[in-house]
Write a protein that binds this ligand. Sequence first.
Ligand code: GLA
Length: 364
Amino acid sequence: MDTGAVADCATAFEACFGAPPEATSSAPGRVNLLGEHTDYNDGHVLPIAIDQRTTVSMRRHGEPGFKVHARSLNRSASFTLDAPAEDPFARYVQGSLVVAASTGMQIPTMSIFVASNVPMGVGLSSSAALEVATLRALRELIGATWNDVLIAQLAQRAEIEHAGVRCGIMDQMASSLAGTREALWLDVRSRKRRLVPLPAGSAVLVLDSGTPRSLASSGYNTRRAECEAAARLLGVASLRDVDDPRAAVGLPEPLNRRVRHVVTENARVLRAVNTGDAADFGRLMNESHASLRDDYEVSVPALDRLVALLQAHPLVFGARLTGAGFGGACVALCQVQALADVAAEVLSRYEQEGFHGSQLVPAM
Ligand code: GLA
């Protein structure tokens, strides 16, 4: 919990609504280190929380309806729990309250203030941070006994049922359970999980490719459907049940390559969790990028270029695109003292090639 951000949000709440909040809580964005497009295949993921957080303050107001203000968007909205909120950002808040009500808890009408410095629209899970922070503040306000896993599950339902995104559970679990120096290894099927420290001497660098994730939702849904079709052809409940990439050989294009990505990606997560070595970890990240580019086809030329520049840097252990892909961010594991230099050098070469990138997460 960032006490500075909590105090700041509480002060801003009072300035906005004229009385102090009764509950304030926050949750971080996340960057995924390994295990991409594996969560909806019941597989393994390894995300880590970032320093940027979303903070939510609440106060019961005893009047009909809910009011919410998002400072970073400079937008206010009103809604009830019975009809979808009109403003898309308010849908994440409203959806979180509606799924919370479905647990049987009474949700009082209230005023809500949202303050966030999680970058939006680049694949760092600003929406999961908003859902988890809303549910944490609500837990405090109404004295619910939800644990952090249940909060993540409710947050995922809010995203699927109210924001209309058919996501897996990685982002919400990462926001609810990961640390900023310890990644969350999660076996999505069994829900087995463990915090895994970053390899000694390494740090995480997150850069934006400057390319918007334009096809992210349609491409994401297509990949999910392809994985489901491949699982049906292989006669398994999900691709998690396939261990050997050779199982994909007889499948039609592109299902064979989609399966190969998922199977090899799950194996990479398990190897990364069991190595404390930054060089090994980095190699696995490089392999993951190649697999996402060639087999899963969710990269774009700008991301490939930025990742290649990172991978070629002598003080970088490995790099890959992160999140759903189709643009947005990439993640690198760097030598800890070199992070600022690597970012400056790589971004300047990227600019010379006509692209425009930026550093998304301060040194972690
Ligand atoms: C998005 C989804 C996650 C996950 C990733 C890809 O971030 O929200 O559930 O599927 O894409 O790994």
